[in-house]
Design a protein around this ligand. Structure first.
Ligand SMILES: [Zn+2]
Length: 137
C-alpha cells in the first residue's frame, strides 16, 4: 500500500500588474483590461493591446457571462496536486466582452460539457487569492 504525500495546488501570485484583477476577484468582480485607444477588451495583465498596440488601458468589470469555446478532459497526471481531480476539465470560456479565458467548469459532469453552452463565473476562494471558475448559467 502506498501513501501519497499531499501536494498543494500551485496558485497564482498577484503582482503589481495583475493586482487589480485579483482585488476584483476577491470582491466577486471579473476584471478585464480595456484599451483606451480602440476599446478592445483583453485579459490581464498584458502590457499592450493586441489590436492597436496601445499601452493605454483601464480596468473594467466584465459581466461574468460567456460561452464554452472549447474544452479538454485531462486523464493524465501532469502535477501531483491534481492527482485526485482526474479526470478534470480544462475549458476555454469566451467572455461576452470577447476575451477567451482558460479555466475549469464546476458544477457539471465532464460528460455534460458542450461547446457553445452558456456559463457564468463563480469564485474559488483561497487564503491569499481568489480564482475565477465557471458553472452552467
Ligand atoms: Zn487598442
Amino acid at each position: 500500500m502506498t501513501q501519497e504525500t499531499i501536494v498543494p495546488k500551485p496558485l497564482p501570485e498577484p503582482d503589481e500588474a495583475s493586482r487589480p484583477f485579483f482585488d476584483g476577484a476577491r470582491q466577486g468582480r471579473l476584471m478585464l483590461m480595456k484599451c483606451l485607444t480602440c476599446g478592445t477588451v483583453r485579459l490581464p495583465s498584458r502590457r499592450h493591446c493586441d489590436r492597436c498596440l496601445s499601452q493605454e488601458s483601464e480596468w473594467v468589470a466584465a459581466s461574468g457571462r460567456g460561452t464554452v469555446r472549447t474544452f479538454g478532459i485531462m486523464h493524465q497526471r501532469y502535477h501531483a496536486a491534481f492527482a485526485n481531480d482526474i479526470p478534470y476539465n480544462v475549458t476555454v470560456v469566451e467572455l461576452e466582452e470577447g476575451p477567451r479565458l482558460p479555466t475549469n467548469l464546476i458544477g457539471i459532469a465532464n460528460g455534460e460539457i458542450r461547446v457553445g453552452m452558456e456559463v457564468v463565473v463563480d469564485w474559488e476562494h483561497h487564503d491569499d487569492v481568489t480564482i475565477p471558475r465557471f458553472r452552467p448559467a
